[in-house]
Design a protein around this ligand. Structure first.
Ligand SMILES: Cc1cc2nc3c(=O)[nH]c(=O)nc-3n(C[C@H](O)[C@H](O)[C@H](O)COP(=O)(O)O)c2cc1C
Length: 157
């Protein structure tokens, strides 16, 4: 079996974008976390997936949630990525956002967003794989925030 350091450094060669996943708990409270394990799955029906670590505060929330939103960050939003990956209770404080069709937080000035209805959940080892049917979304112009080899990066073009 591949050893953990080799696995990590190998996966680190796969550059990704950076998103903030938002969802609400049963009491309607907003939660968000930084997620790079996001990808498209299907065009028809429009379907995406994301992976949430079982130790994350988000795990029980996304286990029970009917919907989630994906906010795709721009280069300028690296501080937002850091904020939603840090231990803090006030992740949304002082941030601009609107609410989507499902009432979920959509962060302002992102590159794009997708609102999804949870379609399925699968065991992904120490992560939960969550499939979402996309019910709304929009894209803007801008430069994507990238994550590569354990650090933030920007596109040169
Ligand atoms: C760039 C970046 C990408 C990340 N991607 C993921 C991911 O795809 N899935 C995940 O479970 N955690 C990911 N994390 C870690 C979580 O954002 C981090 O553990 C966060 O504190 C979890 O929040 P919570 O436990 O307070 O909900 C990522 C962190 C960073 C900085």
């Amino acid at each position: 079996m591949i050893d953990a350091p080799t696995f990590r450094s190998t996966l680190g060669r796969f550059a990704t974008g950076v998103t903030v996943l938002t969802a609400r708990d049963a009491s309607g409270r907003d939660h968000g976390m930084t997620v790079s394990a996001f990808c498209s799955v299907s065009l028809d029906p429009p379907r995406v997936l994301c992976c949430v670590e079982r130790s994350a505060d988000m795990y029980p929330i996304i286990q029970a949630a009917s919907h989630f939103a994906i906010n795709i960050l721009t280069t300028a939003q690296e501080p937002i990525s850091r904020r939603f990956a840090e231990e803090r209770d006030d992740r949304f404080d002082g941030l601009g956002y609107t609410r989507g069709l499902t009432g979920l937080v959509l962060l302002e000035d992102t590159l794009a967003y997708l609102e999804c209805a949870v379609a399925a959940r699968y065991d992904g080892g120490d992560h939960l794989v969550v499939l979402g049917d996309v019910i709304a979304g929009a894209a803007s112009d801008g430069r994507p925030l990238l994550y590569y080899r354990g650090g933030y990066a920007q596109m040169e073009r």
